[in-house]
Ligand binder design. Structure first.
Ligand code: PEP
Ligand code: MG
Length: 577
């Protein structure tokens, strides 16, 4: 029976394929005593052998689909499986205590996990705890006869269905086969949603219950434009959505014609349309979509893709590649924004009640100056290859900005004294994403070279509504006059000091927000590369003069988010050229 469920459209596009369930299996068991020890040991050995065979296949597939680096994590798992200290200890426990393999495995793995986790002065060994957990889960699944999802093994077109996807889960999805993903939880600006947009995979998040509504192998239609998920569609549904997919492709082809054109409004003003990237691998998308600059390079993904802290040289190579590829056009690199929903296995962070309000981003960088200084050195060295701006994430106070800038100046002076060639016009700016900073934008503007408004967080902190929580998504209101007033104040404060203001939150690529921003005089718009051409096409139709009145009314007269949506639609309809 056909069924439609609704979620939050997080990445445009339409896909039709079979469902692949990326859900945690039930691995519960009860401890029991066994009488036939030989049979129990044979069962254990067979589960270990099957896990080993399976991991060899997964490793090969991961290498084929995702590359050698991603595949290497499985080597650590194979080593644990082959280690008699681990698997031998499980077998011995079965024999000595005459208990079932599941209980023996659980007890031995908990012992190893506890031991590794206690090695707080050795992050490398601490990371082994996660490997033991993974391996033991695999053996347990085979003991219980339960299937484990193996995303690296996907080799046909599917729609991934998951409760949630972490940024690292998302990074493992192979675009060739994963045609879309849908999740129970999450919001439009969660990092997995942002990554889906840069991968150009349609995505729907925050459905509430999709994992209980869909079964593995069900035929599913995902419409990322509307947020509709159709399970077991009728022939008529398939025909309708196939036509919509064709219309979407035609619209994209139309936008594509603007790829090599500048971004100019109807009244002849030029604005920079820039792209956000997470890794040098995203550069193809930047060029294919005709972005004129990079307004945000989220460097934390470089740290997340690595098995240990990336060296100065590793980082230098990545930054240089990005800067060179932009051929003199501006590249704004943000220093590491770890914390919140982005973790490093080798940098254990304290358990926190509210990680989004916790130890993260610049707070970690100022605390762990060894990490921060290495990153700044790599960046300053890379500045010699083009036009670089550096910005700091999550700045809340002027003192934080001053401290970060002073460390930058120290590292710059050291490199100069070492005779390293660097650019003499590196701009140093900050993300404007915390209301405390936004309110004081006039004071910050005296000290920075530029602002980049991070609406993803700014909206969340202004309305105290988590960006990834579907239960409060009704409060995540980009056009709420409170948010718009902060944005206006930030832009005007920058201009009053002769500085520029950009926006790198998702709102910069939002067709409802852009007319308001044009009216406010925002200088640079940085977005998922896949939104650039859509926004270029919109800008061509609008005159900044007409939009000034819109910006005034949206911040002074309107009192709700919805009123502002209606106001923008009215202005765009009336003034589109
Ligand atoms: C933002 O908060 O708007 C932003 C661009 O940063 P991130 O999405 O990485 O938190
Ligand atoms: Mg942010």
């Amino acid at each position: 029976m056909t069924k439609t469920i609704k979620g939050i459209g997080a990445s445009d596009g339409i896909a039709i394929a079979k469902a692949y369930m990326l859900v945690e299996p039930d691995l519960s068991f009860s401890k029991s005593s066994v009488s036939d020890i030989d049979a129990e040991v044979a069962k254990l050995q067979s589960a270990i052998q099957t896990s080993t065979d399976e991991l060899h296949v997964i490793r090969e597939k991961a290498k084929e689909n995702l590359g050698e680096e991603e595949a290497q994590v499985f080597d650590a798992h194979l080593m644990i499986l082959a280690d008699p200290e681990f698997t031998g200890a499980v077998e011995q426990k079965v024999k000595d205590e005459k208990i079932n393999s599941e209980a023996a495995l659980d007890e031995v793995s908990q012992m190893f996990i506890g031991m590794f986790e206690a090695m707080t002065d050795n992050p490398y060994m601490q990371e082994r705890a996660a490997d033991v957990r993974d391996v033991s889960k695999r053996i347990m699944a085979h003991l219980l006869g339960v299937d484990l999802p193996n995303p690296a093994l996907i080799d046909q077109e599917v729609i991934v269905v998951a409760h949630d996807l972490t940024p690292s889960d998302t990074a493992q999805l192979n675009k060739k086969y994963v045609k879309a993903f849908v999740t129970d939880i999450g919001g439009r600006t969660a990092h997995s949603a942002i990554m889906a947009r840069s991968l150009e995979i349609p995505a729907i998040v925050g459905t509430g219950s999709v994992t209980t509504e869909i079964k593995a192998g069900d035929k599913v239609i995902v419409d990322g434009l509307t947020g509709d998920i159709v399970i077991d569609p009728s022939d008529a549904d398939v025909t309708k959505f196939t036509a919509e997919a064709a219309a979407f492709a035609a619209q994209k082809a139309e936008w594509d014609k603007l790829r090599n054109e500048p971004s100019i409004t109807a009244d002849g003003k030029h604005y920079t349309l820039a792209a956000n990237i997470g890794t040098p691998k995203d550069l193809d998308g930047v060029h294919e979509n005709g972005a004129e600059a990079i307004g945000l390079y989220r460097t934390e993904f470089l740290y997340m893709d690595s098995a240990e802290l990336p060296t100065e040289e590793d980082q230098f190579q990545a930054y240089k590649e990005v800067i060179e590829s932009m051929k003199g056009n501006s590249v704004v690199v943000r220093t590491m924004d770890i914390g919140g929903d982005k973790h490093l296995p080798y940098l254990p962070l304290p358990e926190e009640e509210n990680p989004f309000l916790g130890y993260r981003a610049i707070r970690i960088s100022l605390d762990r100056q060894d990490i921060f200084r290495t990153q700044l050195r790599a960046l300053i060295r890379a500045s010699a290859f083009g036009k670089l701006g550096i910005m700091f994430p999550m700045i809340a106070t002027i003192q934080e900005f001053r401290d970060a800038k002073a460390i930058f100046e120290e590292e710059k002076a050291k490199l100069v004294s070492e005779g390293v060639k660097i650019s003499d016009d590196i701009e140093v700016g900050m993300m404007m994403e915390i209301p405390a900073a936004a309110v004081l934008a006039d004071q910050f503007a005296k000290e920075v070279d530029f602002f980049s408004i991070g609406t993803n967080d700014l909206i969340a902190y202004t309305l105290a509504a988590d960006r990834g929580n579907e239960h409060v998504s009704y409060l995540y209101q980009p056009y709420n006059p409170s948010v718009l007033r902060l944005i206006k104040h930030i832009i005007e404060s920058a201009h009053a000091e002769g500085k520029w203001a950009g926006m790198c939150g998702e709102a910069a690529g939002d067709p409802i927000m852009v007319p308001i921003l044009l009216g406010m005089g925002l200088d640079e718009y940085s977005m998922s590369a896949t939104s650039v051409l859509k926004i270029r096409s919109l800008m061509k139709k609008l005159s900044t003069e007409d939009m000034k009145d819109l910006a005034e009314r949206a911040t002074k007269e309107s009192v709700t988010n919805d009123e502002n949506i209606a106001l923008v639609n009215e202005f765009v309809k009336k003034f589109s050229k």
